[in-house]
Design a protein around this ligand. Structure first.
Ligand SMILES: [Zn+2]
Length: 377
């Protein structure tokens, strides 16, 4: 462990350089060519490291990059481990002008540093470290996609197919504070449109069926499904409707965010949405939506991985805790397939998706050494 840590410390400079290079290649999820350019940069680095690189070309989203290291998996050898990351960010092109990538008072700040280009660079450094020390005796697959921040619509099947061939999945998302993540909520999005009847608010009031009033009732109803004790939340994030104050509105709509702690909550909440009816019989409801990311439950396999990480962290001289979060990642998909998944194995920092996004440099080498140890332990 000492040798791994010393190696990681020696690599800290090059790790920071790689992170900076990746951050300079701005890569918002909705700009395919920019995400592809960032993936090309990562691909050339991974090839230099000796990775067997494959590009999954996607038509409308950033390409997904797969790189394999170590001996090829065979029937006798241990199954590979999947290292899972993403290269897209939530930051639009040009953000670097107002939010430059720089090192200052122990932090590397900039768009996408924490979420998660530093995590990607850590994985590269960990793999390099293990190969140099000739410690890589099983196959490791690194998958970097380009559409995670918008729910991984195109990369999800790639992630799932690779995960099925692996014994464990390590997700390079940032740590939760200092903790690894052993549980994440599942996420659903619903959209409700209320169709009422328009009328003059003064002349024909009783002929109108007020879609906004109906929507207000719907909002009350679905918000009441929140069960904080169980960690299930239903949050109406957007509501709109109507045209003029003197017109009884014929149309109103709302966007609803749903978070579920357990897989079995999905069908239950979907049935509730499907059973919604308008209180005013002259109004109709169009209800669409689904659970997009299943929850990552704190499974036995995940706990086993965490315990291992906890022991290895102790050998490295620090106490590692576990945490759960309401936010989703690609780890939700792999965990739902029943594959032990440990998340939050990337950088430590603060301000993901916020203007103060930054990585705490002091933790980089330690966490990289821990990641490397987890790949061979
Ligand atoms: Zn992320």
């Amino acid at each position: 462990m000492r040798a791994l840590l010393a190696g990681a410390r020696r690599k800290e400079r090059s790790l920071l350089d790689l992170t900076r290079k990746l951050v300079q290649a701005e890569s918002p999820s909705d700009a395919k060519s920019a995400v592809d350019a960032c993936a090309a940069l990562a691909a050339s680095h991974l090839k230099q490291l000796g990775g067997r690189v494959k590009l999954h070309r996607l038509e409308h989203h950033g390409n997904a990059l797969e790189a394999r290291f170590g001996p090829r998996a065979s029937s006798e050898a241990a199954q590979p481990i999947l290292l899972l990351g993403h290269l897209d960010t939530v930051w639009p092109l040009g953000t670097l002008q107002s939010m430059p990538c720089r090192v200052r008072s122990g932090r590397l700040s900039g768009p996408g540093t924490l979420d998660m280009k530093a995590g990607v660079a850590m994985a590269c450094a960990a793999l390099e470290l293990l190969m140099e020390a000739r410690l890589l005796h099983r196959e490791i697959i690194l998958l970097l996609n380009g559409d995670e921040e918008i729910g991984s619509p195109a990369s999800r099947p790639i992630t799932e197919n690779l995960a099925r061939t692996c014994s464990a999945v390590y997700v390079l998302e940032p740590a939760q504070g200092l903790a690894y993540k052993t549980a994440r909520k599942g996420i659903g999005d619903w959209h409700i449109v209320v169709n009422g009847i328009a009328a003059h608010a003064g002349v024909d009031f009783e002929k109108g069926a007020n879609a906004l009033l109906e929507l207000a009732r719907v909002i009350e109803a679905v918000s009441g499904w929140t069960d904080l004790k169980r960690g299930l939340t239903v949050s109406v994030g957007v509501a709109a409707g109507g045209t003029k104050s003197n017109v009884v509105p014929a149309r109103a709509q709302a966007d609803i965010d749903v978070r579920i702690p357990r897989l079995t909550d999905g069908p239950r909440i979907a049935r509730k949405f499907a059973a919604l009816r308008a209180a005013d019989p002259r109004c109709t409801l169009d209800v669409t939506g689904q659970i997009n990311r299943p929850p990552m439950e704190r499974s036995r396999g995940t706990v086993r991985l965490f315990r291992k990480a906890h022991l290895l962290a102790r050998e490295l001289g620090f106490e590692l805790n576990e945490a759960s979060t309401g936010g989703g990642s690609d780890g939700n998909f792999t965990a739902a397939l029943g594959i032990p998944t440990l998340d939050g194995m990337g950088a430590v920092g603060e301000g993901a998706h916020a203007s103060h996004e930054s990585v705490f440099i002091e933790h980089l080498a330690l966490r990289t050494a821990l990641l490397a140890a987890m790949l061979i332990g």
